[in-house]
Design a protein around this ligand. Sequence first.
Ligand code: TXA
Ligand code: MG
Length: 344
Amino acid sequence: MEKTRILKANLHSAKLAADLIKRGEVVALPTETVYGLAGDSTNPKAIEKIFAAKGRPADNPLIAHISNYEMFKKIAKLISEDTKKLTEAFWPGPLTVVVPKSDYLCGESCAGLDSVGVRMPKNAFAREVIELSGVPFSAPSANLSGKPSPTNAHDVFEDMNGKIPLIIDGGECEAGVESTVISMLEETPVLLRPGVITKTQIEGVLKKTISVANGVLTPIKDSSLVRSPGLKYRHYAPNAEVFIVVGKLADFAEFVNSRANAGTFALCFDGEEKLLNCQSLSYGDKSSATSQAHNLFTALRRLDKLGAKTVYARCPEKTGVALAVYNRLIRSAGFKVIDLNNKN
Ligand code: TXA
Ligand code: MG
């Protein structure tokens, strides 16, 4: 077991993190979305350590994080006009563009694909580490594969203690859900993962309609047809069995109250707890998808600590930022939905 240190984010710890990354080590650090497990994108040994620490399937590619546009030009074989428009509008920020890859990054970081996901994080500490190390870092979310992504250093420590030398504590992540991922490989861009940068915002910049990958809202039936390997796997799941429950609050309350027992929890919106006779936890303000995105993963992790066995979750909207919340929740539920509006 390796001793894992936790240091506050500052220039000193940025230098230390950059040094470790240059030496092929893996460091957990904050971004504006979720915490990442960062290793040198050009070093196969570092990439191997990332996959090992997470227990991640080797066919699921990593996102390369950059701090300036020159790095992007080195990594991408081709940067289309649409890609330029999006990166100008949203970088630095929580948008990952999938583009054809050059030979600059090691193949292992992209799971052998001929494309790569790239993003320039808004978090200044993350960018500082890239500047200081002089190389892009590849970083998946810093959770054990399949678990909810960590949005604070404590959650990272729970999953990564003993597996990596250093965790940088930069406080709570702003967004709370991972970046929006969009494939720019075809004429019509494809949304592979919704995030806080919305489909509508992207369409506003491109002045055209984009498509949404199969698997974002519905389960993949034939995994050979998947556009993004990440869409194949169960994700964001606490130990409990999660169900999304569609319907009015009064019907939800009746439903969960009739099922109340020691292991059952309702995952509801702020203020709804008082109507519920079972154990409950809120994941944010019903009218604010941003607040739900910010809180969802923390709530899912908290359910594990409370010993939840079955979780019934109120259903978020499916538009704007809420699409990102819905996507994470439906995946943590393994696509299981109970619709109280269609009771027979
Ligand atoms: O916000 C984020 O993006 C965070 C922080 C740490 O930056 N990172 C993150 O990485 O969420 P990860 O590895 O947990 O998710 C990356 C997603 C996966 O679903 C993966 O399949 C997809 O991006 N992806 C990466 N490269 C791809 C490619 N070339 N083609 C299609 N999908 C790709
Ligand atoms: Mg992840």
